[in-house]
Design a protein around this ligand. Structure first.
Ligand code: AHG
Ligand code: MN
Ligand code: MN
Length: 337
């Protein structure tokens, strides 16, 4: 069939047999995310029209202002997953602690937990710039039939079963992997269906875009400062173009298509960086590797980091393989032992 005529729903069904002993639970779960994505899309698209823009007057556990759409997206994804009793647990950037899903049909029997950044790039909402949603799915490690425990969420990123993002951009796309490559689906808003528009997405091995918040330059580690200088140098295929939206999902999406590196390093004011290991770094690292790229914290593969806290942060360098390797070489040079 012509790829342009495959909907996300059809794609999910036709790929279900890729999973050994699949009971269809993961397919139903991804379908729930698909539905929530459409609902959030509807709200994001009219953000400028209704009184939904602006701070909700609450702060989340990390002390950040929650925007109304943060709260809305969090509620939509939570209720899509809880009401359908399709997962046994959820943890979200916007929640203080993990949520145990209980229900009429004993949701404790479900196999999967979902970790989510419901609205990524929320400071961009008020200015009509692309935002996103990031999700990550693991098989629980504690026995089925019991309430989930924190350890079900504190798994290494290498244990992810699926991960993806929705980018609410000039068009809305859902991009995800179940460990078998990365596929992108574009929403046709007139029909309300996602169509396979970007099969087998891969990072070009080398790119010519670097993305990092250079406003923090003075506080960056020496390796990062030198890598930035390298990107700006007039030599070989450089200088690279500098692009930074401030929504990780959008920066990542552009770099995957065009070739580039995204960096959110440590800085002297944020010794572990800013991005959250569970909700941002791990899912994006899984997608990166599935798309042939590389994701590290400067020294270690992101997917090999053992998390210890739900909301912990990690520095990240991800994108085109050769670019990340080069950045790592600069980091290695100044590594303190
Ligand atoms: P969130 O909106 O979920 O809190 O995430 C914002 C993140 C990420 O999307 C973005 O790349 C980064 O913060 C931007 O941070 P700076 O403003 O420090 O560059
Ligand atoms: Mn985010
Ligand atoms: Mn967020």
């Amino acid at each position: 069939m012509n790829k342009n005529y495959i909907t996300l729903g059809e794609f999910i069904i036709s790929n279900q047999q890729d999973f050994k002993y699949s009971s269809g639970e993961l397919s139903k779960l991804i379908n729930s995310i698909r539905l929530a994505a459409k609902i959030v899309n509807h709200e994001v698209n009219k953000a400028g029209l209704v009184d939904i823009v602006g701070a909700a007057g609450e702060t989340n556990i990390q002390g950040e202002d929650q925007q109304k759409l943060d709260v809305y997206a969090n509620d939509v994804f939570k209720s899509a997953l809880i009401k359908r009793e399709i997962v046994c647990g959820i943890t979200s950037e916007e929640e203080d602690d993990f949520i145990t899903v209980e229900g009429k049909y004993n949701a404790h029997d479900n196999k999967y937990v979902v970790l989510i950044d419901p609205l990524d790039g929320s400071s961009n909402i008020d200015v009509n710039v692309s935002v996103g949603t990031i999700f990550s799915i693991y098989r629980r490690t504690t026995p089925q039939g019991m309430p989930v425990k924190k350890e079900d969420f504190l798994q290494k990123g290498s244990e992810q079963v699926a991960a993806g993002y929705i980018v609410f951009g000039t068009s809305t796309m859902l991009v995800y992997t179940t460990g078998n490559g990365v596929n992108g689906f574009t929403l046709n808003p007139a029909i309300g269906s996602f169509y396979l528009s970007h099969p087998n997405m891969t990072f070009p091995e080398r790119g010519s875009i670097f993305s990092i918040n250079q406003g923090n330059y003075a506080h960056f580690p020496k390796g990062v400062k030198d890598y930035i200088k390298y990107c700006q140098e007039e030599k070989e295929d450089r200088p690279y173009a500098y692009r930074y939206i401030g929504s990780m999902v959008s920066d990542f999406h552009r770099n995957m298509i065009k070739g580039g590196i995204y960096i959110y390093p440590t800085n002297s004011k944020a010794p572990k960086g800013k991005l959250r290991l569970l909700y941002e770094c791990n899912p994006m690292a899984f997608l990166t590797e599935q798309a042939g790229g590389k994701a590290t914290d400067g020294y270690t593969r992101i997917l090999d980091i053992q998390p210890t806290e739900l909301h912990e942060r990690a520095p990240i360098f991800c994108g085109s393989l050769k670019m990340v390797e080069k950045a790592e070489a600069f980091m290695q040079k100044y590594k303190e032992n």
